[in-house]
Design a protein around this ligand. Structure first.
Ligand SMILES: *Cc1c(COP(=O)(O)O)cnc(C)c1O
Length: 443
C-alpha cells in the first residue's frame, strides 16, 4: 500500500539522520539543491522524500546533536521525537475539545505535570504556544487585561485608545521576545523603563525600587529566569515583594531558566517564582522535545481566558476546557503530546537529572576553558558558559565543525557562549569540544 511505503521511507530517512547526528559536522552550509523549479506535473512521493533529504542535508545544522551549544536550543529525546511522529500521524486539530478530546486531555495533564515539576501554582491556567515568544505575548496580554480591568477599562472590547497608561518595567537584560510581545500588545517596546542589572545580568531589586514610577498607575514588571548569556536569574523573592506592595503584575520569562526549579540543587535560583502572576516557559529547549512547544501560565485564569478567547456561533463549547481559549491560535498541532511523552519517560527524577547533567557539563566546560587560558566572563550559575573571545575565534570554531557555539557581546567585550541543554551530550563531547575551542584560540 502506497501510504505505508511512503511513511516507511520517511522513517528510514529520519532514522539515518538521527543515527548520524553525533558524527556529522555540526554547522550547516548552503543547500542549493533545494532551489528547484515548480513543475506542472507532480512527482512520486518517495522520490520527493529522497530528494528532500539529500538536498536539505548540507544545509542542516546538527542542533539536535550532542555538540551543538549555540543559543539555547536543546535536542529531542527519542521518546519525544517518536511522540511527535504520532502527532503528525494523528493530525488532530487541537484547538477544541470536540475536535480532539485526546489532545485536550493530554494538554491538561501535561500542563499540570509541568506546574508541579516547576513548583508553580496548581490552579494557574495554561496554554501551549509555539515558543516562549508567544508564551510571553499570551501572559502579557492577560496582564494588560487584568491591570486595565481593575480600573474599569475593558481592553479586550475597547482596545488601548484612551485607556489608562500602564507603567512597564523590565530588567536591562530583558529577552528581546518580551519587548516584541510588549510591542505587539500596544504597550510599546521603547517606552518601557529598563531596570539596572548586577554584574551577572540579574535585575537589581534596589534599582527596581528606585525605578518605580510615583504610583497610582497600573504596574507591570517583567522579570527573567535564565539570562541567555550567563544563565543569571533575577532575585524573585525581593522583586515579587516590591511588585506586590504596589499591587502590580509580575511576569516571569523563564524560557529555559525556570527548569532549574525541577532540580533540588538549582531550585534556589528561582525561589519565589510562585509569587509571580504569569510565567512563560519553553519545553522545546531544556525539556528536549522537538519544536515547537512552550507553555504560557497565568495565575488569573479568567484574565487569561478573556485575553485569548475566541467565540463564534459554529464553535460550540463542550463545557470542558477549550485549548484555543488560552493561546493566540485557533487551529494548531497537538504540541503538548511530545512533552507528555518526555515527562512520562523521565519522571521527576529524570527531569532533575537532565537539568543537573547539563549544569555539570557547563561547569566542566568552564573549568577546561579556563585551565586552557581563556578568560571566563560572568559567573557560572546554571547551564550557560560565557568566555572572552573575538569574532574570529568564534568563526574558526564554527567552521571547524566539531561543535557549534555562538558569539555575543557581554558588557562591551566580545565573547562566545556555550549553552548546555541537550540530553545526549556526554563528558567526552565536552572534552572534545573544549579541545576544539582551545585549538581555535588565537596565537
Ligand atoms: C529562548 C528564549 C525566549 C524565546 O523563546 P522562543 O521559544 O524562541 O520563542 C524568551 N526568553 C528567553 C529567556 C529565552 O531564552
Amino acid at each position: 500500500m502506497e501510504t505505508d511505503d511512503v511513511v516507511d521511507r520517511a522513517q528510514q530517512l529520519a532514522r539515518e539522520y538521527i543515527s548520524g547526528l553525533a558524527r556529522r559536522p555540526v554547522g550547516g552550509a548552503d543547500a542549493p539543491g533545494l532551489r528547484r523549479p515548480l513543475t506542472d506535473e507532480g512527482l512520486d512521493p518517495i522520490e520527493v522524500l529522497e530528494d528532500l533529504a539529500a538536498d536539505a542535508d548540507p544545509g542542516l545544522v546538527a542542533s539536535a546533536g550532542p555538540r551543538y551549544f549555540g543559543f539555547v536550543v536543546g535536542g529531542s529525546l527519542p521518546v519525544a521525537t517518536g511522540a511527535d511522529w504520532l502527532v503528525s500521524a494523528w493530525d488532530q486539530m487541537s484547538g477544541m475539545y470536540s475536535s480532539s478530546p485526546a489532545v485536550a486531555i493530554a494538554e491538561e495533564v501535561t500542563a499540570a505535570w509541568m506546574l508541579e515539576l516547576l513548583g508553580l501554582p496548581a490552579l494557574a491556567s495554561s496554554g501551549f504556544t509555539t515558543g516562549a515568544q508567544m508564551a510571553n505575548f499570551t501572559c502579557l496580554a492577560a496582564a494588560r487585561g487584568a491591570l486595565l480591568g481593575a480600573l474599569g477599562w475593558d481592553v479586550e472590547d475597547r482596545g488601548l485608545f484612551g485607556a489608562p497608561e500602564i507603567d512597564v518595567l523590565v530588567g536591562d537584560e530583558v529577552h528581546v521576545t518580551v519587548l516584541v510581545a510588549l510591542r505587539l500588545l500596544g504597550l510599546g517596546e521603547a517606552r518601557v523603563t529598563r531596570v539596572p542589572v548586577d554584574a551577572n545580568g540579574a535585575m537589581d531589586p534596589g534599582a527596581l525600587r528606585e525605578a518605580l514610577p510615583p504610583g497610582g498607575r497600573p504596574l507591570l514588571v517583567c522579570a527573567q529566569a535564565g539570562n541567555v548569556n550567563t544563565g543569571a536569574c533575577d532575585p524573585l523573592e525581593p522583586i515579587a515583594e516590591i511588585v506586590a506592595e504596589r499591587g502590580g503584575w509580575l511576569h516571569l520569562d523563564g524560557a529555559f531558566g525556570l527548569w532549574a526549579a525541577a532540580s533540588p540543587r538549582f531550585a534556589h535560583l528561582v525561589a519565589g517564582r510562585e509569587r509571580a502572576n504569569s510565567w512563560a516557559l519553553d519545553a522545546h529547549k531544556w525539556l528536549n522535545v522537538p519544536y515547537d512547544c512552550a507553555l504560557a501560565v497565568v495565575g488569573d485564569p479568567e484574565a487569561h481566558r478573556r485575553a485569548m478567547t475566541l467565540s463564534a456561533a459554529y464553535l460550540q463549547g463542550s463545557g470542558t476546557r477549550e485549548p484555543a481559549q488560552f493561546v493566540p491560535e485557533a487551529s494548531r498541532r497537538a504540541r503538548a503530546i511530545p512533552a507528555y511523552a518526555a515527562i512520562r519517560s523521565l519522571g521527576r527524577r529524570g527531569v532533575a537529572d537532565l537539568v543537573e547533567r547539563c549544569c555539570d557539563h557547563a561547569a566542566m566546560m568552564s573549568a577546561l576553558l579556563s585551565e586552557g587560558g581563556l578568560e571566563l566572563l560572568g559567573d557560572l550559575v546554571l547551564n550557560q558558559v560565557l568566555v572572552a573571545a573575538d569574532p574570529g575565534h568564534v568563526a574558526r570554531v564554527q567552521a571547524e565543525g566539531t561543535c557549534w557555539l555562538g558569539g555575543t557581546v557581554w558588557r562591551g567585550r566580545d565573547a562566545l557562549r556555550v549553552s548546555f541543554s541537550n540530553w545526549s551530550t556526554t563528558e567526552a563531547d565536552v572534552r572534545r569540544s573544549a579541545r576544539a575551542i582551545l585549538e581555535a584560540a588565537p596565537g
